[in-house]
Design a protein around this ligand. Structure first.
Ligand code: FSO
Ligand code: SF4
Length: 548
């Protein structure tokens, strides 16, 4: 075994990737990512010791946040970027230790994660292969399962916190929690019960982080509103922007204005069209293509440069590498990486000039898709929605938020949407929507049968809507609402969304297409018994089960 990773839904054989990632991650990249997380855990440990001694480390929180984000599935495949980041981490860690010395405080018996050193890049790469750095270093499979569940939840939290931070919003307690949770995964003294409690606390901070990002996005760009998004193309050179970062999109739109270069969204950037602030840009033309995993074919026909602001990157064809740009936590060897200056400003002029030299996109489809049903817009329609429930016109809502993936088994979600009775409404968010957002499922008295709230982080909006409906119908328990949860998951942001929903008291969530490989049988049992978590079977049986 030259690597071990089981953090996403596509883990090989449903147990873990051991030679190369199904995602395309090599063993070298997988191991250096493990060392990145190990280094962050060491920094967190010292930060926690600092709390006891009354010492604060203002730089640690942001470093941990960005480092975690880099290790999310399909975010960064560039091992050299990780080596550079780990070097920065080691330097930061030594500065933190110096602070202890300066204050005359003691720092004893530290874990290897907080003491290991390497003076060369080669030594860092050698350490990355060491057994103590690997996930498998935790021998007890239940403890390993809980530690990884917490770590993956915190990775998702870090991604959402970074988007909010890019828009000038942050909360010290969220950064502090990430550090506390990471450090806790190194303490052998914590029992399984302690780790279960920490898992739920991760969900609480997940809710807080998504609320913070929601406030950052809506505060900066207005509340999403019902919008028809064009899926055809125009005859101008163009840039395709993918990922989730709205600040990057804003900067790109401003810099392309008046250049003759159009901007299209891909995958999870689609919901940007729902925000009022972006509607003023005439050259913000529409959405091109589908969910992340179809990018190889779609980048071929798009013809122009592509800017990745976050995951999901699929290792590109060699001939596409030179027109793919990365920024933020993303990276891929050979792709040009754009960094922000100290004020957060990014210079996209190279991407814009590149677009001018290339052909306009080839049309792959025409028409429109409708979205923009985040909490504010749904509240504006509340009377209509409540009436439809009271008259029985709407029998049930299905939360089908989450992620898409390349496995054939995900056809389940298209079939599920098609076979749902006509008196049901799908509430969606995340790239999972591409499995059914172009189907003609009609409407119920003017309410479309697929209501798209936005990106995966906007699953928060769906929780807000559920809590509002609970209030309107004067129920004591959110689980008494006519809402079923059939969620598709893929990577670690879906883990924090799940933990957030559990924290909010939502029960009987069904997860598919398979349950996480990182859940040991005992941990899975706790989730099933405490929260009623379930998997999926086949469409007909599942619809019957959900409707009964
Ligand atoms: Fe999808 Fe990828 Fe948004 Fe994820 S594009 S899979 S959960 O990164 O973040 O929904
Ligand atoms: Fe495998 Fe997923 Fe890890 Fe990639 S991220 S190596 S596909 S488990």
């Amino acid at each position: 075994m030259s690597m071990f990773c089981y953090q996403c839904q596509e883990a090989a054989k449903g147990t873990g990737c051991t030679v190369q990632g199904v995602c395309g991650k090599t063993d070298k990249v997988a191991n250096i990512q493990d060392l990145m997380v190990y280094t962050l855990k060491g920094i967190s440990l010292i930060e926690q010791e600092g709390l006891k001694a009354g010492i604060k480390f203002p730089k640690a929180g942001h470093f941990i946040m960005n480092g975690l984000f880099m290790t999310i599935t399909n975010a960064n495949f560039n091992d050299e970027m990780f080596v550079e980041e780990i070097k920065k981490g080691l330097a930061l860690r030594e500065d933190m230790k110096q602070e202890f010395k300066n204050k005359g405080a003691a720092l004893n018996d530290l874990h290897d994660a907080a003491t290991w050193t390497a003076s060369t890049d080669e030594a860092i790469k050698t350490k990355a292969e060491a057994v103590e750095v690997s996930i498998l270093a935790t021998e007890n499979e239940d403890v390993r399962s809980l530690r990884e569940l917490i770590t993956y939840g915190v990775k998702g939290m870090a991604a959402y916190a970074e988007h909010a931070y890019n828009l000038g919003n942050e909360k010290e307690e969220i950064l502090a929690f990430m550090s506390k949770a990471l450090a806790a995964t190194l303490y052998d003294t914590l029992s399984a019960d302690d780790l279960v409690a920490l898992t739920l606390e991760t969900g609480k901070f997940g809710v807080d982080t998504m609320a913070m990002l929601d406030a950052a996005n809506t505060g900066s760009y207005g509340n999403p509103e019902i919008t028809e998004v064009n899926i055809g193309v125009r005859n101008n050179p163009a840039i395709l922007i993918s990922g989730h970062d709205l600040k990057d999109l804003e900067q790109l739109l401003k810099q392309t204005e008046g250049t003759g270069v159009d901007v299209y969204t891909h995958s999870e950037m689609l919901p940007a069209h729902y925000y009022p602030a972006f509607k003023k840009y005439d050259h913000f033309v529409g959405n091109y293509g589908n969910a992340w995993w179809k990018q190889k074919e779609e980048f071929e026909t798009f013809n122009g440069p592509i800017l990745f602001t976050t995951n999901c990157i699929v290792p590109p064809k060699a001939e596409h590498v030179e027109r793919i740009y990365t920024t933020g936590a993303t990276g891929f060897p050979g792709c040009k990486h754009i960094i922000a200056d100290e004020k957060g400003v990014k210079d996209f002029s190279a991407v814009i000039e590149h677009a001018k030299r290339l052909d306009s996109p080839t049309e792959i489809e025409t028409g429109k898709i409708v979205g923009g049903f985040a909490h504010n817009q749904v509240f504006a329609l509340a009377d209509k929605v409540v009436d439809a429930v009271k008259t029985g016109a709407i029998k049930k809502f299905f939360v089908m938020a989450g992620c898409d993936g390349r496995m054939k088994s995900r056809d389940y979600y298209t079939e599920f949407a098609e076979k749902l009775p006509n008196d049901t409404v799908i509430l969606t968010a995340g790239c999972a929507k591409y499995r059914y957002n172009k189907l003609d499922l009609g409407d119920i008295g003017g309410i479309p049968r697929v209501l798209d709230a936005g990106q995966c982080n906007d699953s928060y909006s769906l929780a807000v809507i559920a809590l509002k409906l609970k209030e309107v119908f004067q129920l004591n328990d959110v689980n008494d609402l006519p809402i079923a949860y059939n969620i598709a998951w893929y990577e670690q942001k879906a883990v924090i969304v799940l933990l957030a929903l559990l924290y909010l008291g939502v029960k009987n969530i069904h997860l598919g297409p398979t349950l996480p490989a990182f859940l040991s049988p005992n941990v899975a049992k706790v989730l099933v018994e405490t929260f009623g978590i379930g998997g999926t079977t086949n469409v007909d049986s599942d619809i019957e089960m959900f409707m009964s």
